[in-house]
Design a protein. Structure first.
Length: 179
């Protein structure tokens, strides 16, 4: 994203006389962090532009590029929509195929390689939990045995993550991860 913005800013043909600013926040795929960043941006506590770099004043927020995750995107859109920042889509709308296709394809891939005894681990998130549920159903239809299914999230306590790691070590099945 930074590369694309800098290419536009350095071009004499694209947006001549206009310099785009940007501010990038890493939400670490966590809704609370994404919401915090959205509120900081909206209430002006976090400057939009570095005023010392060719800007005489802080600019208005003209656009927000959302998260890659559905849950964070929905949360952010609810907040910024309340502050009259125009939304590309006033409601959350996915422009990609259903995740069911991914689960079905993964089950068919497992079957194609002859892996009939597997373990499954997923991220403890909306996407991971729904994805693993769809995959387990698709795997069952393909005749694949799932020896274990575990969930964890990177912010879980060490003891929980260690328990999942111990389960993985204890079994001999091929591991699939759904995040």
């Amino acid at each position: 994203m930074v590369f694309a913005i800098e290419e536009i800013n350095n071009s004499t043909e694209l947006l001549p006389g206009i310099r785009l600013g940007y501010q990038i926040h890493d939400s670490c795929a966590a809704v609370p962090i994404a919401v915090h960043a959205a509120f900081q941006l909206l209430n002006g506590l976090d400057p939009v532009f570095d005023t010392g770099d060719n800007c005489s004043q802080s600019g208005m927020v003209m656009a927000v590029v959302g998260e890659s995750g559905s849950t964070q995107s929905i949360s952010i859109s609810r907040i910024i929509g309340s502050f009259d920042i125009p939304l590309m889509y006033p409601t959350f709308f996915r422009t990609i195929p259903s995740d069911q296709f991914q689960a079905d394809a993964l089950a068919k891939l497992v079957k194609h390689f002859g892996w009939t005894w597997i373990g499954a681990v997923c991220s403890d998130s909306d996407y991971g939990n729904n994805g693993i549920a769809a995959f387990l159903h698709a795997a069952q239809k393909e005749g694949i045995c799932v020896e274990y299914s575990e969930t964890f999230y990177r912010t879980h306590p060490y003891s929980r993550i260690k328990r999942v790691a111990d389960v993985i070590r204890r079994f001999t099945a091929l591991l699939l991860f759904y995040d």
